[in-house]
Design a protein around this ligand. Structure first.
Ligand code: SF4
Length: 463
């Protein structure tokens, strides 16, 4: 035991007693962020044991265990987490505990693939700029879950996290009168009506492993063995979401401290956990590492990026060249093609049906006059027809599109503009108020990319 160990001055029983005291002190349901990592496993295990030690009548409020699945979890972690989530839920039912488990995901139309392949969002940068993923994939789905419980149960809630201080200073924690529950809880920084309780904040890393292995030799009350967790750690080396620990105070980490980053994370130069797994023998993950490397390599390829932003604005880079916008539609099709190839090689689902449907809808709304690009691409790559394959009818037949392209070229009108106008008219045609359509068309015709050369000329003349 190290000198700053929490257990040099406190016992495990006292820690469970404290958790029990806080649990019994009010009616606010608990929500535990469970990532499958060692810290949140410790919290779940302590809370589970605490509940087991209470008589039935004192188990007066619900404990929700929430795991976040970004939809791009490392397959090994996803399989482990789903299994454990199910085991905990079943064991709680068997033991008659007021405990439910849930897995939250970003909605299909706001997933990593919906944004990259659907809308063409550039992948988050190694430098951490343009990092649109953490909120969308990790923070928001858990926050939504918490807000839902607050609404459904018309009450405040306590979010219980496995956040620890980097440097723990051992101190004797005593249950001193009724103040303790208030003393150990903070208001949640972003969710109104939520409080945060970090029961293991003072524990060192060694303490946490001690708890996981001291209690029943690593055997959990739900029937798994923490050896499995320990071997995931040693296989993965260390590779966590580079931003998951930003708030060491644990205020916004309602999704739990994500120990393992997303498999496709483009923010880290080297995905340590993915490479660690491969090095320790999980060769089935090699296609994922290859795909990730390729995706990073095309990020700044000028042929694969629009020269205007999604809202039609443009900017110049330091070099004087036009700045990049989203991935071109061709690049998005290429990313989807490669992703489907990787999925095939792995024999493991990397993109779900509902994400494909969401992307198809985004393409229909923003790009695809034929409305068949995605379903045909999928069929060509996999030999399978998507369930909605036969229902997709072109908005405009191929011959007419070809003629429009010819006319646009003849009159030097960018075809993107023609296409955007057609799609906009189509989307607004059912509104009885014509103002909506007029405004949408005005917006399209006034977009900066159409006029920036003229504007530049005027600026030059005035100089
Ligand atoms: S692991 Fe990477 S891709 Fe996933 S949320 Fe964190 S920064 Fe984004």
């Amino acid at each position: 035991m190290t000198t700053n160990s929490y257990f040099s001055e406190n016992t495990l029983e006292e820690l469970i007693e404290e958790i029990q005291y806080v649990y019994r002190s009010d009616d606010r349901p608990w929500i535990i962020g469970y990532s499958g990592g060692k810290d949140s496993t410790t919290v779940v295990e302590l809370v589970y044991k605490m509940l087991l030690g209470l008589p039935d009548w004192q188990r007066h409020k619900m404990v929700y265990i929430v795991s976040s699945d970004t939809r791009i979890e490392n397959p090994l972690i996803k399989i482990y987490l789903s299994k454990l989530n199910e085991m905990i839920g079943e064991a709680a039912e068997r033991d008659g505990l007021p405990l439910k488990t849930a897995i939250v995901q970003p909605p299909a139309d706001n997933s990593f693939w919906a944004n990259v392949i659907g809308r063409g969002f550039p992948t988050p940068k190694v430098t951490g700029t343009f990092r649109w993923c953490t909120d969308r994939l990790k923070i928001n789905p858990s926050a939504e879950f918490i807000r839902d419980i607050i609404k459904k149960e018309s009450t405040e809630v306590v979010v219980v996290l496995g956040v620890r201080k980097a440097e723990s200073i051992a101190r004797k924690r005593r249950i001193e009168g009724r103040e303790l529950a208030n003393r150990v809880m903070n208001r949640h920084e972003t969710i109104k009506g939520a409080y945060v309780y970090n029961p293991i904040v003072e524990l060192t890393t060694e303490d946490v492993w001690d708890v996981l292995f001291q209690m029943d030799g690593g055997q959990t009350p739900w029937g798994s063995n923490n050896n499995e967790l320990a071997s995931l750690y040693s296989d993965a080396d260390s590779g966590e979401c580079p931003f998951a620990d930003m708030n060491a105070g644990g205020q916004t980490q309602t999704c739990g401290n994500s120990r393992f980053g997303c498999w496709v994370c483009t923010v880290v130069k080297e995905d340590k956990s993915l490479n660690g797994f491969i090095k320790s023998g999980h060769r089935e993950l090699i296609p994922l590492a290859d795909f990730r490397k390729w995706l990073i390599s095309i990020r700044n390829d000028e042929d694969k990026r629009e020269k205007k932003r999604r809202d039609g604005t443009v900017y110049k880079m330091k070099t004087g060249e036009m700045g990049y916008g989203p991935f071109t539609w061709e690049a998005r099709q290429l990313i989807l093609t490669k992703l489907l190839e990787t999925q095939e090689k792995m024999g493991y689902e990397l993109i779900s049906m509902d994400e494909l449907k969401a992307i198809d809808e985004i393409w229909d709304a923003e790009l695809d006059l034929s409305r068949r690009t995605l379903v045909e691409l999928y069929k060509n790559k996999t030999g399978q027809k998507l369930p909605w394959y036969q229902y997709k009818k072109p908005l405009i037949d191929a011959e007419t599109v070809a003629e429009l392209e010819r006319l646009a070229a003849e009159h030097e009108i960018p075809f993107d503009l023609v296409r955007n106008i057609i799609l906009s008219v189509y989307q607004n045609k059912n509104f009885s108020n014509q103002r909506k359509m007029r405004e949408a068309l005005e917006r399209l015709l006034n977009q900066q990319w159409l006029h920036h050369e003229v504007l530049e000329e005027i600026e030059d003349e005035n100089r």
